[in-house]
Design a protein around this ligand. Structure first.
Ligand code: MSP
Length: 469
């Protein structure tokens, strides 16, 4: 079994500042990476920004800035948020990096030379928000449901990528889990899309978008932003575009994506790889969206939950915890500030924080502190299947809540006076459990894990999580 663990997040558009949805995916990727590292794997976490295309060109124009300057500024905001959230990425790729652009040009040339790309005309309904042509059946009352916008009718000269000849192969790869798409409902969703219609060849260039990578064989076109973007998953680990010379870290082990970008990841992305003769990703894990008060977050509704505000209120580790425990990873999850405060107080201030402070206080006379503890196999299995919320539930229910109950039942503060032997038994269990907690929360809350370790060593602790009113 290979000892490597290569994981990617989507690369984020730089049309606007990072938000809670971006943070959700990236924190999840960081947790999985840290967990894999603890298990002795050689990990590589790739994230970055997607900077070309119509959407960014338009936003830069609106802001009265050169697209590159505009992209530079917002890309920095992503980096700075990842720093605040404790994301340990190995590479932050930008699609405006020279090396990336060069590789994209090379790939397009190869596809053209192979006959996988040909010149034609494309007609369709384009949604700039999605940066995608949509089918009539994707629209709700004539409007793109993800962006509440009427797509633009477009008809233009374009280069097209052949899809029909790879359709069967793609279905077979997904069905056989050679390309595993999970959770199951998303695998079924993409399979039913692939099986129910003949795939149209895909437009992979734009004549009226100047902000992009020029096609080497026709400089009046730029590469379609999604083609440019997908290649980051390879250029981010050092690929130069030569399909005979693929980096060792390939194929990628896990690609995390939101459900809105499943279709492109299940069609265009593998199609490019199949045409190039490159192995497909091993697993694509699809998560749901974060909703606020049951609705999509929007400025007009005024229900946007700011990630910056969360960080200010709860701090780094608690923000990570609250994001990932908000609901089933894979389904849509609904958050409100009130519920997060409640959860913070219940799980972290009263639950974990209280447990640590009680045990540490009682441990001052006790011989041992730090002990080696490993993650429970059941917990590791949950993590391997990317059920991050369940992993947190495991820690909360099976360790923290149990221990708090155990303390209530055994009242060690009384035992210390009345029954030394029983006191030692109770404390041994509790101190061992704190060590177990340290091991289990480390990928999720690395700073808290360190603080508990230190408390065990020094037999004293500050309050880990202040209650919030
Ligand atoms: N640039 C493309 C991805 C290219 S990857 C080769 C893109 N960018 S995005 O910034 O619009 O979205 C990036 C990710 O954020 C997607 O996975 C999307 O699902 C996720 N989210 C955007 N809003 C979200 C929520 N409200 N909740 C959870 N994730 C959400 O698409």
């Amino acid at each position: 079994m290979s000892n490597k663990f290569y994981i990617t997040t989507p690369i984020y558009y730089v049309n606007a500042k990072p938000h809670i949805g971006h943070a959700y995916t990236t924190v999840a990727a960081d947790v999985l990476t840290r967990a894999a590292k603890i298990q002795g794997k050689e990990t590589f976490l790739l994230t970055g920004t997607d900077e070309h295309g119509m959407k960014i060109q338009k936003e830069a124009e609106k802001a009265g800035k050169e697209p590159q300057i505009f992209a530079d500024e917002i890309s920095e905001e992503f980096k700075s948020l990842w720093e605040k959230l404790g994301i340990q990425y190995d590479k932050f790729i930008r699609t405006t990096d020279e090396s990336h652009k060069k590789a994209v040009g090379k790939v397009l040339q190869t596809l053209f030379d192979k006959g996988a790309i040909y010149k034609g005309e494309y007609e369709g309904l384009y949604c700039t928000g999605c940066e995608q042509f949509l089918n009539e059946s994707d629209l709700v009352d004539g409007v793109c449901p993800d962006h509440d916008a009427i797509p633009e009718k477009m008809k233009e000269e374009s280069y097209l990528l052949k899809m029909t000849e790879i359709q069967e192969k793609l279905i077979q790869k997904i069905e056989s889990n050679k390309l595993e798409i999970t959770p199951e409902k998303y695998k079924n969703e993409i399979l039913s899309f692939l099986k129910n219609q003949e795939l149209r060849d895909i437009s992979i260039s734009r004549k009226n978008v100047s902000w992009g990578v020029q096609l080497p064989f026709d400089e009046s076109h730029t590469a379609y932003v999604w083609v440019d973007a997908f290649l980051n998953y390879l250029t981010g680990i050092g690929w130069n575009g030569d399909e005979k010379n693929i980096p060792e870290n390939w194929p990628v082990d896990v690609q995390l994506i939101g459900k809105d970008i499943l279709r492109v990841h299940g069609t265009i992305w593998p199609a490019i790889l199949i045409h190039l003769g490159i192995d497909l990703p091993k697993k694509i894990f699809v998560h749901g969206h974060i909703l606020s008060g049951g609705k999509k977050m929007s400025k007009t509704l005024g229900n946007v939950i700011s990630i910056e505000e969360m960080l200010e209120k709860f701090g780094k580790d608690a923000t990570r915890y609250l994001l990932l425990s908000a609901g089933t990873f894979g389904d849509d999850v609904d958050v409100t500030m009130e519920r997060m405060i409640e959860k913070y107080n219940a799980d972290l201030a009263n639950g974990l924080g209280n447990l640590v402070s009680r045990v540490i206080k009682l441990s001052s006379q006790f011989p041992f502190g730090i002990k080696e503890a490993a993650m429970h196999p059941e917990f590791m299995k949950i993590l391997d299947s990317v059920n991050l919320d369940q992993a947190l539930e495991y820690i909360r229910e099976k360790i923290i809540n149990d221990d708090n109950k155990y303390i209530e039942e055994n009242k060690p503060w009384e035992l210390i006076k009345s029954n030394k032997e029983k006191f030692e038994e109770v404390m041994t269990k509790l101190l061992l459990d704190l060590n177990i907690i340290v091991a289990h929360i480390e990928p999720f809350m690395p700073e808290t894990s360190e603080k508990i370790k230190k408390a065990l060593e020094e037999k004293k602790t500050d309050i880990l999580f202040q209650r919030i009113k």
